[in-house]
Write a protein that binds this ligand. Sequence first.
Ligand code: AHR
Length: 512
Amino acid sequence: MATETASAVINLDLPGAKISKHQYGHFAEHLGRCIYGGFWVGEDSEIPNERGIRLDVVEALKKLNIPNLRWPGGCFADEYHWQDGIGPRENRPKMVNSHWGNVVENNHFGTHEFMDLCEMLGADAYIAGNVGSGTVQEMSQWVEYMTRDDDSPMVELRRKNGRDKAWKVPFWGVGNENWGCGGNMRVEQFADLARQYSTFCRDHGDNKLYRIAGGPNVDDFHWTETLMKSVGCVSCNSMNVMSPYQAISLHYYTMTREWENKGKALTFTEDEYYRTMANSQHVDTLLTRHSTIMDHYDPCKTIGLVLDEWGTWWQVEEGTNPGFLYQQNTMRDALVASTHFDIFTRHAERLVMANIAQTVNVLQAMILTDPDTGALVLTPTYHVFEMNTAHHDALALDVSFRGQRERMEAADKRFNVVSASASVAEDGASSLLSLSNVHLDEARTIRIDLRGRDWTVGEARLLTSTEIADHNSPAHPEAVAPVAFEGFTVDGDALEVTLPAHSYVTIALDLA
Ligand code: AHR
């Protein structure tokens, strides 16, 4: 029996900030089977590939319209030396991937292979540069190698390696987790390095870099404040930004409890489920607090906040390498994703980009591949990304809830039972409503008054599962997959929607 817990108003004629498509960004690290076995199988593999890149993975990801892909790490980025990953593969030096399983990396997937992947996906490149163990010259030359187009030494080297034209590289990370794996630095030291490294990441030709300085972990507000203080001159005239970097990153992972006790992907209690929901929605508090600090120094929001690592982090699946971070993905993970996106929409003005960790075979992945058979499975999280594609670059609409919202409490945090977001397409012709009910075993009804424009319901879709821990596998690839949704009625200008327990619904509206 559904309880009517929520009543909300959406003014379809009052669009707000643009939801950057880059909020739906991705992350691919040299970690476990993300690159090797995930994206890259090599040209001699029996798995169908183009120049070594798995075609089934590319085809599946194309449906998500991946806007940008962050690479090569993560922690790996701060020990990666890009010159080891160019030239004939058989001559590339090997290295130890000390963060992730202590395995030997053969550097067969390097700059050219990554940019080939981006071109196949139609995604913008987001390169994470090495501040922790690299040099300013090394980073500066990588930018030159990728983006310059004359006869400079780096351009000649690139041409020798088979690429004539410069690539477009819009996003450049200056360090990663420099408070930890990226050098165990104090922010006072890193702030200076971020200015210095950013300075030598030049704009070559018409390639304009958006430089993202390695930011804080979770609630390290001192880190944010120090970077904002040292950012230089920002002004409300965006043509007059003198800052050496244009954005600051932030990392926040959702776990059941604390770092030492993350919980399992497939086996969890009701209490652990609700802790996860609470910890997931906690990203709202974090984005708000970091934004408040940024607003103080940059009231016109010229400097972006980039949540370039987010998602669930569980204990690895039994029998898998602990350093490979391979985990399954259930309807619970899907709700973590859907509620994150609602929150991202509300922070659209400051949150210019976000990158889920990670795209294939690592942490909250879109795709899991079988190491023995190569079989590919789309996760529940994949479906949330796919169902939300119409929000990319659309204009956010406020979902104003009437009265007291139903909240639950877990992990010392209160969280919403019904979560929602909405947007209107840039051309004004359609709108998308995204609705989550995180209650584990009860349905919820929400009545939404849709004002300001005439509308009719287009496609409505539902993602849910019988059991919350249901997941997809090669034997049951569609155990959790979207289906047509009919649980709504139209009542004049209102839409009454009954959301099943632990479900995610999208409703497209055609606007007159
Ligand atoms: O995504 C896995 C790891 O999490 C990244 O390498 C690192 O930046 C973070 O700690």
